[in-house]
Design a protein around this ligand. Sequence first.
Ligand SMILES: C[S@@+](CC[C@H](N)C(=O)[O-])C[C@H]1O[C@@H](n2cnc3c(N)ncnc32)[C@H](O)[C@@H]1O
Length: 244
Amino acid sequence: MKADVRRLSTEQTEAFDVEYIDKALFLVLTTHIDKQFDTSQPFHLLDVGGGNGMYADKVLEHYPNAYVTVVEPEQALLDKNRAHPNKHLQASTFQESLLQTRHDMVQFNWVLHHFVADSFSQTLNAQQNALDTAYQNLNSGGLLIVFENLYEGEWLHDLPGQLIYRCTASKLLTPLSRRMGANTAGVGVSFHSQAKWQQMIEKAGFSTTVYVPCYHFGNLGKLVKFGLHLKEQKVGMFIAIKER
Ligand SMILES: C[S@@+](CC[C@H](N)C(=O)[O-])C[C@H]1O[C@@H](n2cnc3c(N)ncnc32)[C@H](O)[C@@H]1O
């Protein structure tokens, strides 16, 4: 995999020392996983950008047969991980990680939008590349799980994500995007619409994708929403299967 993505600073990743999947969402997730995969057998999960490991801990507690590898480039977050005999930590970006074994599940919890490069088209390539790599790394019958903040355009469904990328990735606009609350200012962030992610997941080779709507969010003012061509912000989960 090419190592062509931008890195956030340690200060910028401090805000990620949280866990977004609460009890109710974890129940929704595990219900879907159990429908698609035989979790009574030992299985290996790769948690990409797994940060402080709180999600991995939940999985290990819920599924005693699980083995989880957390791939995380930020050492300060990795250091927060609780040790567990079935948990393995890998200090690197996903792009630089040397995946020695195949996995039964590859999960990206709010991380794909951080795969940003120097231009929007290179960013799309980096995100597609990550999904392609996940497909290649999975055992047949394995699952891809993606949680994302979805930005839906009024008419052009993927335009808000592109505009947000252009504002946050620009060095020139760093002071402005920082003032507007973007902690990724100067590095960039690349959100997409539900349809765009779905298209990219299918392009990677996955044939069955289940989309699970989770919740709406956002408190942007009318003017900002207008400027970003933004209709709504929501969180969604995609579960895709690599067919046998
Ligand atoms: C928004 S946080 C999500 C953390 C965690 N997955 C969760 O749901 O709580 C994004 C995480 O992705 C990590 N990250 C950013 N770029 C990455 C890359 N290229 N490869 C792997 N992880 C990355 C960040 O360091 C951070 O821990």
